[in-house]
Design a protein around this ligand. Structure first.
Ligand SMILES: Nc1ncnc2c1ncn2[C@@H]1O[C@H](COP(=O)(O)OP(=O)(O)O)[C@@H](O)[C@H]1O
Ligand SMILES: [Mg+2]
Length: 255
């Protein structure tokens, strides 16, 4: 099967400055993968390259077998700081519709098919009851559900989430992770999730891309959750503990 993402010696640069290089790996279709690395290491840049917004400075990037392109309908995207980016006054139903109607938004021409899909996307994140509320009235966890519904409304095959757990307390983090697990169970699309802390996601991850010392690597989750690697990655002592249940935990500050 064609990998969801395939990188061959990819280099990422912004404004003429190299961010990371030597990215050579493939992400299997249908897997759930984290992207980790210190602030400024180029996690968001990676997503923007996948979205076709920034071309690789070198190497070859294939997204579901094709060259990256803007407005790829097969990709759903939850940007970093979603709630801060969108207007306070907009209603959730209209926000989610934005993910489907794209440039037709604002003309008030939504087909019944569009409306059905918006309802289905809201239902898939258990947020139908929030449809007529304004984003500013919602909790952080509810806002993140709406962001995910908007990303899902076009039925993507690849879902990119940029720090979807940021600014959520542990309870709401677990709720979002549970939602991603349920969504993946219902339809096993590829998910790439940028996170600061691997812990909340460990139970659903197949692997992780890690940006270390200016290079991009990929490893199966059992190989990435390694004391030495994580201590190096975060430049802080990280301990990995394997419990009797087989769970892996890392301790220490991720910053
Ligand atoms: N629009 C931009 N123009 C130039 N450099 C940028 C821009 N956005 C981010 N950068 C730089 O690119 C690097 C990677 O940024 P980013 O991908 O946002 O990192 P991360 O998401 O891992 O925190 C940082 O050094 C950042 O300062
Ligand atoms: Mg970022």
């Amino acid at each position: 099967m064609t990998p969801a993402l395939e990188l061959q010696d990819v280099r990422a640069a912004r404004g003429g400055t190299d961010i990371w290089s030597e990215g050579t790996f493939a992400i299997p279709t249908g897997s759930i993968v984290a992207a980790i690395g210190p602030n400024g290491s180029g996690k968001t840049t990676l997503l923007q390259m996948i979205l076709g917004l920034i071309p690789p400075a070198a190497g070859t990037l294939r997204v579901m077998g094709e060259a990256p392109g803007r407005g790829n309908p097969r990709i759903g995207y939850v940007p970093q700081g979603y709630a801060a980016e969108v207007g306070e006054a907009i209603r959730c139903r209209d926000l989610v519709a934005l993910g489907r109607t794209g440039t037709r938004w604002g003309l008030g021409r939504r087909s019944s098919d569009d409306r059905n899909r918006v309802d289905a996307a809201l239902a898939s994140v258990s947020a139908l009851d929030l449809a007529d509320r304004r984003l500013s009235q919602l909790s952080g966890g509810q806002q993140q559900r709406i962001a995910i519904a908007q990303a899902l409304v076009g039925d993507p095959d690849l879902l990119l989430l940029d720090e979807p757990l940021a600014n959520l307390d542990i309870h709401h983090q677990q709720e979002i992770v549970g939602l991603l697990r349920e969504l993946h169970r219902a339809r096993p699309i590829t998910m790439l999730i940028v996170v600061h802390d691997l812990n909340p996601l460990l139970s659903i991850l197949d692997g992780a891309i890690y940006l270390l010392d200016g290079h991009a690597h990929y490893g199966a989750i059992g190989d990435v959750v390694d004391s030495e690697l994580l201590t190096h990655l975060y430049d802080a002592p990280i301990k990995v503990v394997r419990t009797v249940q087989g769970d892996l935990f890392t301790s220490g500050e991720f910053e």
